[in-house]
Structures are given as structure tokens and as C-alpha cells.
Design a protein around this ligand. Sequence first.
Ligand code: ZN
Length: 357
Amino acid sequence: MIGKVAGRFSDGLRATSVEVDVALDGRGILIELPGTPEPLVWPYGALAVASPLGRSSTEALVTYAHMPGATLFVESAPFAQGLASAAPALTARAGRWRAARPWIWTAAAVAAIGFGVWAAGLSPARVVAGMLPDGARQKLGAQVIASMTANRRTCAAPAGVAALDALVERLTEAGGGKNRFKVTIVDWRLLNAFAAPGEQIVLTREIIEKARSPEEVAGVLAHEMGHGIERHPETGIVRAIGLTAAIELVTGGASGGLVNIGLVLTQLSYTRAAEREADTQGLRLLKGAGISPSGIVDFFKRVQGVERKGSAGGGLDILRTHPQSEERARLAASQAPYPTTPALDPAAWAALQRICG
Ligand SMILES: [Zn+2]
């Protein structure tokens, strides 16, 4: 019926699409995936399209009821029009259009992946993460925090919480008040800090207690806020769990695969470019708050020194997840000096260090 044309196919499990040959025959759409002997057949009766097909269609974004999350994008007028005549239901405005709605977001994302995203030098996962609505990001963040704190105590001594809140507020105001972060201190004997989706940050007890000044805590906090502002946690999760799970979050579908989402997040390590972005944002926040950038440099340098001497036992996760101390120091040093005040007064700093009791 319609001979081979090129299309882009995404299985919905990975945030990337692959080039495929597609054709139409009496059964349905035939999709030739690289490395598989038999073409995949998508019967006409179980298809949905992102927008109704007609005589003037030049492209088709197709989903298939029995492969949730999978999408096929074909930019070919003969294919789109051939599909319209083989599957008249796809030309109707009602019915299937509505049935396809949850997947339109996928289709849009796949289309974005197929066109221009690579050329623009952006990772598809980042583009997809950028499309997650706030509600979905917060839901994802809440799941991360819940899984992190399921078997661990969170530290919440009132005076310590007040000190932490004051510091977070100061950095938030410095960022224009747009991104309001919630910071949780977890009673965990591991030197780690990470940003979760939806403006959430987790610092371990070890970070608070190993820090030698409030400027060091402020620096780590500002760096993590930088990751959050840049949507790195969302991007990392989309990359790790795939497009399908991310879409399930958006559409409120089943999300059984997300049980270990906290673990996923602690295992993420960011690219050098992402670390640089977090540092740039973090230094901007510190400057806006009038807090010395020396803390962030000192802290990372010191923990790296400990790691190099091999005396840390078990390794320091923060170094795997946040590398490149020298580059950070250079970046901080390249800034023009600015007036600073202590990140916290001595009483508040003492209270913060006792937040876990
Ligand atoms: Zn980092």
C-alpha cells in the first residue's frame, strides 16, 4: 500500500527515539526496528494520533494502545494520507482524539527529540524534564524525600530548624524569591547532599556536623539550590527511569517503578557542565545574600583532601556526585570581591550544628 518511508520510533522506555523504516499494508503499520528480523505490526484498529489526519496531512504522530508510551513519528504526506484512508477513525475529531490525550505529551516530547533538540545541543531528557508541570515535579520530589526518610530519622531540633530556615530564606531572597526550597536534614552517617525534584534538598547529618563554619553549609546549600534551579534532578530522573515513568507521573497513572526513586537520585552523578551550572547559580545566590563564597570552596576542597588520603573508609559520595573542586575554586576566585556578613551568628550556628540532637 505505502512503501517504506523513514520515521522516528520511541519505545517509551528510553528518552530517545530511533530512526526506523515504516510501511503500510493490509494489517496495519509495519515498523522495521534496527536489529529485529520481523517488523513490528501496529493494527489500524488500535491506533491513535496526536492530531486528526486529513487529505492535507504531511505528518503523523501515532500511538498504539497495546504499547503504552511508544510513539511513532512519520513526516511524509503519502504516509499520513495513506494512513488516513486505511484507518478512517484517525480522521475523526472526536473519539480517538480524546483517547490519545494522555499520550500527546509523549508525542510532543518525541517530536521535540526528533527535531532540533540535538542540533540545539540540549539533552532530550533535559527538554522532557523542562516540560514536567510543577505538580508532577513536586510529586516526584515528595516520593524521593519519602523514600530517603523511610528508614531514617529527620533532624528537627526547633532552634536548629529556625537557624536553617533563616539561612535558606536568605539564599532564597538572593535568588529573587522565585524558587522556594524545602530543606530536610536526614540523620545519616554519610557525607552527602543532593537536590530532589520540586525544589527539595536533602543534607545529611554528616554534612552539618563536618562543616567548620556556617559559610560551608551555606555553600553546599547554594550549590544544591543551583542544581534545583537548573532542574538537574528532574533531568536526571527522566534520564534514569525513562520517559514512560515520567509521563505516568504527569498523567497520574500507575507508578510502581518509582519505589526506589530516592536510591536512583543518590546514584545520579552530574556532568561537569551541570556541576558548573550549579556552581554558577550557587555563587550568584551567595553573592546576592552577601555570604562569602569561601565556604563552598573550603568544604569541597577539604572533603576531597580527606578522600585522597584514603582515610574516609567507604568513600565519600559527595565527591562522586559533585566532583571538580579545583574548577569550583577557580570559578569562586574569578569573582570580584563583595561585602559579606556571617552566614549565621554564633548562637544560630551552634543551634544548627545540634539540629540532630
Ligand atoms: Zn553538584
